[in-house]
Design a binder for this molecule. Structure first.
Ligand SMILES: [Fe+2]
Length: 360
C-alpha cells in the first residue's frame, strides 16, 4: 500500500488501512472502494491522507511499531479517562486500564526495538487529543528504549507522557479549539495547563513521582525559553526533556483546524534545527535515528527526476531509503527498484521532496 494525501484521492481507489470515526468506531474497512461521498467524509473528518492499495504498491507492507489494535484500545481508554476526569473523577478500572495499556505498549516496543517509526499517523480532528497523547507516549518510550532505560522506568515514562496534557481538561474549550491566532491573555491561560495537570495528577492519581516531570515540564525548553518555570538545561527533568521532543514532533505532523500537517522530513528538520536551543541535543540525536523522514509508502521525487515509492528505511542512513521508481520526469516507466543506501550509481542522487500524488 502507499500513502495518498486526502486532496489527491480519486474515486475507485481501494483503502489499504481501516479508518476510524469520531469515537474511534470503525468507519471504513480496508479494501473498501472510495466513492466521491466517502472521499468527502474523509476530508470532513480531518484526515490528512489515507493508505491506498493498488497494483504498484500491493506488496508494500506498512509495519507499525505498535499494533493498530493496541493503539486504538489505548486511544479509547485515554478518552474515557479524560471524559471521566472532566465530569468527576476517573474510575479505578480506567486508571488500571491505562496502566495495563502502557505496559503492553512498552512490551510491543521492546519487541520491535529495531523497527524505525515508519508510519504516517492517520488522525482525525475529533480524536486528535487522544491519538496525540498515545503517540507522545509511544515516541517517548522509543527514545527511552534507545537510551536503554529499563522496563519499569519505561512504564513510568509512558504513563507521564500519555497524561502530559491532562491539564487541558481544566482550560476553556473555546480557547483550546480557537481556529485563529490566540491573544496574549488566551495564550497565558493555555500555558497554565502543565501546572494544572501536574497538580491534579500529584493530588489525585498516585503516579510515580518521576512521571510528574513529563506533565509539569513538557513545555520547558532547554535554553530556558519555556514554561511554566523557565527552567534550563538539566534542571528540566529527564522525562520533561524527552516528552518535549515527542510532543512537538507529533503536533507538527498533525493536521489542525488552523494549519496543515508537516511531513515527517520537515518536522524532523524542525526538531534538529532547535537542537541545543529548545531541545536537549543528546536526546534529539537519539530521536532522529529512530524516525523515518520518508516513511515506507510515501512517494518521493529524486534529484535525477525519478519518482518512486519508499520501500524500506535504514536507521543509520535514513535519508537513503530503498525506492520503487515508476516514473521518470513525466514519463511512466516499468517499475524498478533502487537502493540509495548502497547502489553506487546513485551516490549523487538525493531526495528532493515528498510528492503529493502520482499525476497520470
Ligand atoms: Fe502541552
Amino acid at each position: 500500500m502507499r500513502y495518498v494525501p486526502v486532496n489527491c484521492l480519486r474515486e475507485g481507489q481501494k483503502l489499504g488501512k481501516t479508518l476510524y470515526g469520531k469515537n474511534n468506531e470503525l468507519l471504513l474497512s480496508e479494501g473498501k472502494a472510495l466513492s466521491k461521498t466517502l472521499i468527502g467524509s474523509i476530508k470532513r473528518l480531518g484526515y490528512c491522507g489515507v493508505y491506498i492499495e493498488d497494483d504498484i504498491s500491493r506488496d508494500i507492507e506498512i509495519v507499525n511499531v505498535i499494533s493498530d489494535k493496541l493503539r486504538n484500545e489505548t486511544i479509547k481508554g485515554i478518552k474515557r479517562l479524560y471524559l471521566q476526569t472532566s465530569s468527576g473523577k476517573p474510575t479505578v478500572e480506567s486508571k488500571q486500564e491505562l496502566h495495563d495499556n502502557i505496559e503492553k505498549i512498552v512490551d510491543e516496543l521492546l519487541e520491535n526495538k529495531d523497527v524505525m517509526v515508519n508510519m504516517i499517523d492517520l488522525k482525525n480532528f475529533d480524536n486528535y487529543t487522544y491519538a496525540h497523547s498515545v503517540n507522545v507516549a509511544v515516541l517517548s518510550i522509543i527514545i527511552g528504549i534507545a537510551l536503554d532505560l529499563n522496563r519499569n522506568t519505561l512504564i513510568k515514562l509512558g504513563l507521564g507522557a500519555i497524561l502530559h496534557d491532562i491539564g487541558k481538561i481544566f482550560i476553556n474549550k473555546g480557547i483550546l479549539n480557537k481556529p485563529g491566532k490566540l491573544t496574549e491573555v488566551e495564550f497565558s491561560k493555555i500555558k497554565k495547563h502543565s501546572m494544572l495537570g501536574y497538580k491534579y495528577i500529584r493530588d489525585r492519581f498516585k503516579l510515580p513521582t518521576i512521571s510528574h516531570g513529563a506533565i509539569l515540564e513538557h513545555h520547558e525548553r532547554y535554553d530556558g525559553t519555556g514554561y511554566p518555570a523557565n527552567k534550563c538545561g538539566e534542571d528540566i527533568t529527564f522525562f520533561g526533556r524527552i516528552v518535549a521532543i515527542a510532543d512537538v514532533y507529533d503536533a507538527l505532523t498533525s493536521r489542525r483546524p488552523y494549519r496543515k500537517a508537516m511531513n515527517p522530513a520537515d518536522s524532523l528538520e524542525y526538531i534538529m534545527g532547535n537542537s541545543g536551543t529548545a531541545f536537549d541535543s543528546d536526546l534529539v540525536e537519539v530521536f532522529v535515528h529512530k524516525i523515518a523522514p520518508y516513511p515506507v509508502g510515501t512517494t518521493v521525487v529524486l534529484s535525477n527526476g525519478y519518482i518512486g515509492i519508499v520501500l524500506e528505511n535504514y536507521e543509520l542512513l535514513s535519508l537513503r531509503p530503498k525506492i520503487r521508481v515508476f516514473k521518470i520526469g513525466n514519463k511512466e516507466v516499468t517499475p524498478f527498484e533502487i537502493n540509495l543506501k548502497d547502489d553506487y550509481s546513485y551516490l549523487n542522487v538525493t531526495i528532493l521532496d515528498v510528492i503529493n500524488e502520482i499525476a497520470s
